[in-house]
Design a protein around this ligand. Structure first.
Ligand code: NAD
Ligand code: 6OD
Length: 485
């Protein structure tokens, strides 16, 4: 792990004087110092990206660009364990998650979009006007331009590459900023790009903070053509204002307050295990996590007891131990945010079924940012704890009686990212799924991904879809050409 994380601009690693610290939330220790990009570095990165676009990259034959995507994937694969170590050091996540989800998805993102671009389609129409004139209309697809990509800390490698890979594959040049809380895997990716000899300026990495810093310099930059952003809904709103004057394209993957609905006819054990996963994966720090669990009344008490037992068996441990299930929260600041919701839940009348405290280890982890996996019951649907995204290891379980009621309560949210439905009644499963006001619905599973499918949310959860052809559409422009025959 480098002790200093630098920018990567126009094919060069760039050091700047202003720095911030990257802290390991496992124990509060310093991972690295990180250079913070000022307006000058962002200007340089945008200029380099524009030159790369106007050079060979944007016009490169698709098959050749696809090869670059696979070379990047090969480069990550060759340094697999370094990427794992980077993810673990920045976030304290269990190594088994980094090895099975985060780094493999980083590789898969480049391979997938490298292959997909070979199938990019255009349209063609034969036209006859009322006066008998004939013409052929066809579209050509072009790169969108210079893309600003801004990603969050919760799945650093997965989400950073989820933007960089399709943007590059479609022939764009990119200025990308990882979260200030988890910059190490993006820095390693820059090293991979450098080592494989990716043309200068195609991929530019700038490190820094958000508002009033690097993030804002990017979104308000006149040389940026589009912004792809994943993060909090409130930040999305700030970015919309910043891009408004330039009328830039945006793709937003934002927050969630997702519901899981468990019907009495569900396979009980699978539903309990599914909700355990959907509530506590990555210590609850996944935008898709179920923070609101609705369970049909006949199985409610049994479900709460079973989930409590399994939650209490989750191992909060050292990241490198293969049997660790739960790591820390990303930072002291985020830990305090989650704890403030624990306090609020008590004020709002919650029963704490389990958890609700900071665990005590008696070792260096006590300097980290931990909270216990927590289950609440007894809150009214109007409680702030059920309306605002906590983004921690916590879910609330409420009973419901009818399908109609479950649908209405699940949809009663300002967010609309994901929902999970647990039932063995196939007709009900489809009917309820189609009525969910969410971009993603899982039936009898959770976070099972196919990269060809549209990914994104409605309402406060986002704008647009990425994944498969939706990414190809966002990261390209089409021009219609009309030829008189
Ligand atoms: P955040 O919005 O605080 O930060 C995300 C990124 O935006 C960071 O790189 C940050 O530096 C930058 N940023 C912050 N303010 C900015 C500004 N004014 N201008 C430009 N850039 C700015 O989010 P976070 O705390 O890193 O991530 C957690 C949030 O992300 C949660 O709300 C979660 O639900 C959401 N999320 C959504 C998805 C999805 O696919 N929908 C995926 C992951 C995370
Ligand atoms: O799997 C993905 O493609 C994706 N965008 C996941 C987002 C997870 C949110 O935390």
């Amino acid at each position: 792990m480098p002790s200093l994380i630098r920018h990567y601009i126009n094919g060069q690693f760039v050091e700047t004087e202003k720095r911030f610290q990257n802290i390991n939330p496992l124990n509060g220790r310093l991972v690295s110092e990180v250079c913070e990009a000022s307006q000058a570095e962002v200007d340089a990165a945008v200029k380099a990206a524009r030159a790369a676009m106007d050079g060979s990259w944007g016009r490169m034959p698709v098959a050749e660009r696809a090869q670059w995507m696979h070379r990047i994937a090969d480069g990550i694969e060759a340094r697999f364990e370094e990427f794992v170590a980077a993810e673990v050091a920045d976030t304290g996540r269990p190594v088994k998650q980094a090895r099975t989800l985060d780094v493999p998805r980083g590789i898969a993102n480049f391979r997938f979009f490298g292959d997909l671009i070979k199938t990019a389609h255009t349209e063609c129409f034969e036209t006859t006007t009322a006066s008998g004139d004939r013409a052929l209309n066809y579209t050509v697809r072009k790169p969108l331009g210079v893309i600003a990509a801004i990603s969050p800390w919760n799945l650093p490698m997965l989400l950073f590459s989820w933007k960089v890979a399709p943007a590059l594959a479609m022939g764009n040049a990119i200025v990308a900023k990882p979260s200030e809380e988890a910059p190490s895997s993006a820095a390693l990716l820059a090293q991979v790009m450098h080592d494989i000899g990716l043309p200068a300026g195609v991929f530019n990495l700038v490190n820094g903070l958000g508002g009033g810093s690097t993030g804002e310099f990017m979104t308000s930059h006149p040389g940026i053509d589009a912004v792809t952003f994943t993060g909090e809904s409130r930040t999305g709103s700030h970015i919309m204002k910043a891009v408004a004057d330039g009328v830039k394209d945006i793709s937003f993957e934002l927050g969630g307050k997702n519901a899981a609905i468990v019907f009495a006819d569900a396979d009980f054990d699978k539903a309990v295990d599914g909700v355990l996963r959907s509530s506590f994966t990555n210590s609850g720090q996944v935008c898709l996590c179920s923070e609101r669990v609705l369970v049909q009344r006949p199985i409610f008490e049994r479900f709460v007891a079973a989930l409590k037992e399994k939650t209490e068996a989750l191992r909060l441990g050292w990241p490198m131990d293969e049997d660790t299930d739960i790591g820390p929260q990303i930072s002291k600041e985020h830990q305090q945010k989650v704890l403030s919701y624990f306090e609020l839940a008590r004020e709002e009348g919650a029963t704490v079924v389990t958890g609700g405290q900071v665990p005590v280890f008696g070792d260096e982890r006590d300097q980290g940012s931990w909270v216990q996996p927590t289950i609440w019951t007894g809150l009214p649907d109007s409680a702030r704890c059920l309306r605002e995204e906590v983004f921690g290891p916590v879910c609330h379980i409420a009973p419901f009686d009818t399908e109609e009621e479950a649908v209405a309560r699940a949809n009663d949210s300002a967010y609309g990212l994901a929902a999970a439905i647990w039932t063995q009644d196939i007709t009900r499963a489809h009917n309820v799924a189609q009525r969910m006001r969410a971009g993603l619905v899982w039936i009898n599973t959770w976070y099972l991904r196919d990269l060809r499918t549209p990914f994104g949310g409605v309402r406060l959860s986002g704008i647009g879809r990425e994944g498969g052809r939706h990414s190809m559409d966002f990261y390209s422009e089409t021009t219609n050409i009309c030829v008189k025959l």
